[in-house]
Design a protein. Structure first.
Length: 193
């Protein structure tokens, strides 16, 4: 089984994440996409982040009706900050019969050369890259690399930051979240203050 790992804080998960994950699992050779809910990115501060437990619960609600989309809390148990290379080694040990790949936006590919042990990641794992509108150039060595697969997924310009800010401003953004996720966030009063 070939699984794409879609890393993020998912604070919260929204329709943009769902559209990209579903597109990639349906229009590539991947069998499943796992949302890797990460407790802390080396590139992000923890300021307005919901607890690990709540973000995982929201992601679980989002994927409950999609058999090819899963969630994992594997990074919750690893030393922080989480580095992708450490997670990949750990997840392969835990699931030796599965083949893992990375899913990332073009913006992440542009900075991929800054990732810890990026050369080892690129040597051992395929990257599925979806389009993002962002500044900067992709390093030439990644453009035509045999392990880098560009996926022509729809460009979705919704961010978790935008969602949080809109909720705080009492905007109706219910269409930008899976319906069951919006209901849960609203009932739990998340992001309102």
């Amino acid at each position: 089984m070939k699984i794409g790992l879609f890393f993020g804080t998912f604070n919260p998960i929204h329709v943009g994440h769902m559209i990209i994950a579903n597109y990639i699992v349906e229009f590539s050779d991947l069998d499943q996409v796992w949302f890797v809910v990460t407790p802390q990115s080396p590139f992000k501060q923890k300021t307005s982040m919901l607890s690990n437990h709540h973000r995982l619960a929201i992601a679980n609600i989002a994927v409950e009706n999609y058999s090819k989309l899963k969630t994992t809390d594997i990074e919750f148990k690893l030393p922080q900050p989480n580095y992708t290379i450490n997670t990949l080694i750990h997840i392969e040990e835990k699931f030796p019969n599965k083949q893992f790949c990375l899913i990332m936006g073009e913006d992440n590919l542009k900075g991929f050369h800054k990732w810890k042990n990026y050369e080892i990641i690129l040597k051992n794992y395929e990257l599925y890259v979806y389009p993002r509108i962002s500044e900067g150039e992709i390093k030439h060595k990644f453009l035509n690399h045999s392990k880098v697969h560009k996926v022509n997924a729809p460009i979705v310009q919704i961010s978790s930051t935008f969602i949080r800010k809109a909720i705080q401003e009492k905007k109706d953004i219910s269409t930008m979240l899976p319906q069951n996720v919006w209901k849960y966030i609203d009932e739990m009063n998340f992001y309102k203050s």
